[in-house]
Ligand binder design. Structure first.
Ligand SMILES: *Cc1c(COP(=O)(O)O)cnc(C)c1O
Length: 502
């Protein structure tokens, strides 16, 4: 059914494409069959041969077609090997490898944003990685109380640690902070009103908007104040019988400056208490420790927020906390209990991998003095600029050599940001490589072809590396911030640089 067919190679020579069974029975094909299975390998082979046939019949001598096949080599050009069985197998191997490559793979985050949402936010410490591996491999006591032999509650695995680290009476964990906010609003305020300042109607990337979440939760948003100024009296006059909740939202990714007024929690709490209305705070990033002790800008902690009288707080697990993606709700025991009874909790709950990763990360917070060494996110955020400067000095000549004279590479100071809505206006001094296109006039006579967008072209080449390098283009410069390039991956980074050579 798949007889060898006469075909023209792109060069115009006529070759016979090998029959499917001839390729599949070749000794060199056996490892491919073992790895990918006969069905997949056969289908890929048929597709490959069909392409080669179409190419050689249709476009004579079109070298741009992807399927040009080398003519049989002396070794394979015998009677048994029309059109180079070996060449077809090499092509097949490539095709199968490409088709089976993982869609999710590691990259170098040299964007300057440490907690980059599109690059997966926090990187987890080894203790969490090990715990996840165990949880993947073995049955676990996820919802099983080992002491009583009865059904348990998965939140119990981390609730004690969360209570200890936040001062909360109770806590529960869901899929992410957006889910935490949705669940909280749906439980406490469905069919009723939630009062929020107009200055805090946040939109987080990826279509999370407070007003929209409010609608989906079945609650009615009652906006008070103005964009830049909200006073206590604005909250006061909005409170009615229909009020279920006062809510404050962290301005994660913007700052309102100038003529501004916001009502702080200690001011708001007595008003809420007077009307017996709970106060919830969406902290966004929500840190568990005072970051100032590590030389970072201050960010209100979960503990401080609860101590100031918030009844509930919500925050992300994979932002400043440095853990896996999840959303944590902590606060008053009766309110957390109500939230856990909401059927939506079942739909938004976390899996065992998340809990396996979260517990060891939380446990690190018991030793805050050791945290910058142990918690990857904090280690990256507190990495001294001198370390990045030394690295930039080391890499500058290597990258310059790889890129040739069309680009200039300089080791320069730059600013990193924390990212993911934490401390949006604060930037951290860093160092890295600044790459600029060299203007053609400054190039040697033998005019190197200059792309119309040389930086864009280079950015693309960096993305095409085996482990893609993600930088950032601004002010006619491609910036590679070295904060997140740690020693452990330096070798991988350096070893692929030669692939950039023109
Ligand atoms: C990031 C953020 C969210 C969303 O958290 P996810 O964990 O990404 O779902 C919600 N609110 C605020 C204020 C945030 O900063």
């Amino acid at each position: 059914m798949s007889a060898a067919a006469d075909s023209k190679l792109p060069g115009g020579r006529t070759v016979r494409l090998p029959a499917v069974h001839r390729v599949l029975s070749d000794a060199a094909c056996q490892p491919l069959l073992a790895q990918y299975g006969r069905e997949q390998a056969t289908a890929a082979l048929r597709a490959l041969l069909a392409e080669l046939r179409a190419c050689s019949l249709g476009a004579t001598g079109d070298r741009s077609k992807p399927s040009s096949l080398p003519a049989p080599s002396a070794a394979t050009a015998g009677k048994d090997a029309p059109a180079g069985v070996a060449a077809v197998i090499a092509r097949l191997a490539e095709r199968l490898e490409r088709a089976n490559r993982s869609a999710l793979f590691p990259v170098f985050n040299l964007s300057g944003t440490v907690l980059h949402t599109n690059l997966g936010r926090a990187l987890l410490p080894d203790s969490a990685v090990q715990a996840v591996a165990e949880a993947l491999r073995w049955p676990m006591n996820l919802e099983w109380d080992i002491d009583t032999g009865k059904r348990g509650d998965r939140d119990n695995l981390v609730e004690e640690l969360l209570r200890e680290l936040t001062g909360a009476e109770a806590a529960t964990v869901v899929n992410n902070n957006a889910a935490a906010v949705l669940l909280l609003l749906n439980t406490l305020a469905a069919g009723r009103e939630v009062i929020v300042s107009r200055g805090e109607l946040v939109e987080i990337g990826g279509a999370f908007r407070i007003p929209d979440i409010m609608t989906r939760a079945g609650a009615t948003l009652r906006e008070v104040g103005s964009t830049n100024r909200t006073h206590l009296a604005d909250y006061g006059s909005a409170i009615a019988d229909s009020t279920a909740l006062l809510m404050k939202v962290h301005c994660s990714n913007y700052a309102i400056t100038g003529f501004t007024k916001a009502v702080d929690l200690p001011e708001l709490v007595p008003l809420a208490r007077g009307h017996k209305v709970p106060v919830a705070v969406d902290l966004g990033s929500g840190t568990l420790v005072d970051l100032e002790q590590y030389g970072l800008p201050h960010e209100t902690t979960v503990w401080e927020t609860l101590a100031a009288g918030a009844d509930l707080v919500t925050f992300s697990g994979d932002k400043l906390l440095g853990g896996p993606q999840c959303g944590i709700i902590a606060g008053r025991a009766d309110l957390v209990a109500a939230i856990k009874r909401n059927p939506l909790k079942r739909a938004l709950r976390v899996g065992k991998l998340t809990l396996a990763a979260l517990e060891p990360v939380l446990a690190l917070y018991r030793a805050p003095d050791l945290l910058p060494e142990r918690l990857t996110t904090l280690r990256l955020l507190t990495r001294p600029a001198a370390a990045m400067r030394a690295l930039a000095g080391l890499l500058q000549p290597q990258l310059q050599h790889a890129l040739g004279q069309a680009y200039s590479v300089a080791a320069e100071p730059m600013l990193s940001q924390i990212g993911s809505g934490a401390l949006p206006v604060d930037q951290l001094p860093s160092h890295g490589l600044a790459i600029r296109a060299v203007r053609p006039v400054r190039l040697a006579e033998a005019a190197i072809k200059v792309a119309s967008d040389p930086l864009g072209a280079l950015e693309k080449r960096l993305r095409a590396l085996p482990r893609p390098v993600i930088g950032r283009i601004a002010n006619d410069t491609l910036w590679l911030d070295l904060r997140c390039l740690e020693d452990a991956q330096l070798d991988i980074f350096v070893r692929q640089l030669h692939l950039l050579r023109p």
